[in-house]
Design a protein around this ligand. Sequence first.
Ligand code: AMP
Ligand code: MG
Length: 423
Amino acid sequence: MTKMSRDDCFEANPTRMPFEESLERARMLADALGVVAPTETLPLVEACGRVLAAPISAPRDIPAHDNAAVDGYAFAFSDYDPENGTDLPVSARIAAGHPLDGALDRGTAARIFTGAVMPDGADTVAMQEDTYDDGDGVNIPPGLKQGANRRKAGEDVRAGQTLLRPGCLLRPQDIAAIASLGFAEARCYRRVRVGLFSSGDELLRPGDPFRPGAVYDSNAAMLEALADLAGAEITDLGVLPDSREAVQGRLKEAAADYPLILSSGGASLGEEDHLTATLHAAGEVSLWQVAIKPGRPICAGRIGGSAIVGLPGNPVAAFVCFLLYVYPLIQSLGGAGWRRARRYTMPAAFAMTKKPGRREFIRGMLDETEGELRARNYERTGSGLITSLREADGLIELPEKTTEIAPGDPIAFIPFTEFGVRP
Ligand code: AMP
Ligand code: MG
C-alpha cells in the first residue's frame, strides 16, 4: 500500500491515479451503468431543467406562413419601381390572426400589421413610417429590395426537422421552441435518485445540541443542495458510524434501492477506509487515491447496478469532488450524457508556487479590471474552510506540470455556474 511521509500527504507518489485517468474511469463507470432514470411526461413549465427523453420534431414550418415583420403596406415587387417609388391604391386590410380571403388584387397594396399572413400576390412590405397614405392610395418610397420586411415560412424551423434530441437539458428557450410547435408536454427522464450518507463518529446533525469534540454535519446539506441543482433527487440516509460492519451493511442495503450513492468522510488512509474495503468486497472499485488537491481520498465504484462515490470528509474537498465527478455522473445516469465543465482561459491576478505531479483546483474569485476578467486565488488553502467556498466564484485548475504562476499568466477558470450554482 501507499507510503506517505507524515508532514506531506501530497508528496509526489507514482501510485496515485492521474486526474484524467480517474475521470475516464468515472466515465466508464457511468457508461457501464447506462441511463438509470425512468421517463415521465411533464407539462412544459415543469419540464424546464429536466432532460428530454424522446425526440421532438416539427409538425409544420415555424413560422407556418410568410408574414409581415413590421406594420406597413404589402405589395408585389413586380408592381413597384425601386428607382422612383410607386403610388398604389389600398385594397385590403390584414391584421395578425386574420388572413386575407383570396389573393391581393394586382396593382394594389394591403394595409398589413406585424405578424399578419402575407397575402398571395404580395412579397414585399414597406414600413408605415416610410410611406404616405393620402386616403386614396399609398406612396411606397424608392429603395426597397424584393422580400423586404417579410418573414419567410419555415425560416426558424422546417417541417419535419428534429428540433430537440433525447439528452437535451431543457432550458427556458428550449421550452419556448417546444411550445412554438404546439406541444404542451414533453417526455423527460425522472430525476436520478441519490442516497446520501455522511460518516464519522464526531458528526452531529444540525439541530442537535452541541457537545464537546463534535462537528456538525455540513456536508449532507451541502451535497443535497448541490445534487438538487444538478437535477437529482436526494434522500438523506443519515450518518454511518466508523465501523466496517455498519458501513458494509448500510451500503449494500442502499445499493439495492438507489442507482447512485454518495458518502462523505471516512475515505482517507489516515483511518481505516471502510468504504473502499466494502467496494472491494461487495462490488468493484473504479478509482481511488487520485493525484489531485483537494480530493485525494476520493473513491468510486459500483455495487451491482448502483454507482457509489466516496467523497472526502473535508467540506471543500467534498464540494470540489462533487463538481468534478458527481455532477457529470448525475448527468450521465440521468440521460444527459457525460458533460465536461467548460474551462475559461483568463489572466491570473496572483502569484503562487505549486508542487508538480498533481492537478490542483484552487478556489478563485473573478475580478473585473478595465473591462477584463482576471482570476484571483483565495489566500488560505485549508480544506475545511467553508468560508473560502462562499467567497469563490469558481475553481482555478492548475495542471500537473505547473510549478509556478505569475500575474498575467493564462489560467483555466471553471465557474460554479457550470454546475448550476448561481453567482
Ligand atoms: P475523514 O474523511 O472522515 O477523514 O474526514 C476529514 C475531515 O472532514 C475531518 O475533519 C472530519 O471531521 C470532517 N468531516 C467529515 N465528514 C464531515 C461532514 N459530513 N461535515 C463536516 N465535516 C466533515
Ligand atoms: Mg472520519
